[in-house]
Design a protein around this ligand. Sequence first.
Ligand code: GDP
Length: 303
Amino acid sequence: MLDVMRRSRYLAALMFSSKSWGQWSEKLKNIFGGPSPDAVSTQDLEKLLFESDLPASIIEKLVKKTRSARNENMQATVHTLVDETVKMLSHVPNPPLNLPTPGCILLVGVNGAGKTTTAARLGHYFQKKGRVVVLGAADTFRAGATEQLITWGNRLNIEVVSKGSGADPAAVAFETWQKAKEKNALMIADTAGRIHTQVPLMDQLEKIKRVISKDGAGAPHEVWLVLDGTNGQNAIIQAREFAKAVQLTGLVITKLDGTAKGGGALSSSIELNLPIRFVGIGEKENDLIEFNLEAFVKSFYGV
Ligand code: GDP
């Protein structure tokens, strides 16, 4: 029941709040729902799919698969698109999330992707599941990031370990991990936004990982790249660069309540062979939900 409710909320948020998505889905309907959908050219379909930020290799396969369905009707075609896309994405390994106690999740990504908000929302999610959570304010570079996380912590009643702006992020991460071990908690650490060209910042990430892994307890158990879902192709470029610098274990896609269709997110997941774990559909504490492949793909095609 809860799953059904969550899914309809998911679809509603993804489909109905997005103007540009609406346009895309309109175009889809125009192409397939015309008086003679069988007259639709392969180029038309390809052009439309390219607007979705899906990788070319996938688009090629989809166009091939839908060719016969297009001779029937729009519904058959869209269902073929959904089924085939789900099938392709099913190849990305998606093992059940199995976070030990104490456990540790590191969030990485560029500034503005939604890391701080995601750290807080994940804290809330796991707290609701009965876990004790400790948040680590290891983004000590961005002005206001620490305060932002502390405000969230106060609001959600979650402990936040911080050392203030400018502190050594690795020291914050280390202290958070010690606290997590002491409290048998799940540590979720925000880290500074960085881009691949900022070598010292990328090195800093390595240092964070080093200090929390040296006790041999297996931390960090998850390293998730937070991607802004509105970023399209740019999300893929970021994902590639981060994957080179740190060993990622999953993706979180934010801002899918906005104008995003999520094609960039799907592409990143396929290209890096990384599961999408959660998606952000708003700015409130409950606006982060578990990724559901079928619901995501259906909303992607507007069905
Ligand atoms: P950070 O720099 O990566 O830590 O990014 P923040 O967590 O500060 O988020 C940047 C902005 O994006 C903030 O205004 C957030 O409220 C907003 N944001 C984050 N996630 C979402 C989301 O899923 N939907 C929407 N609409 N806004 C989001």
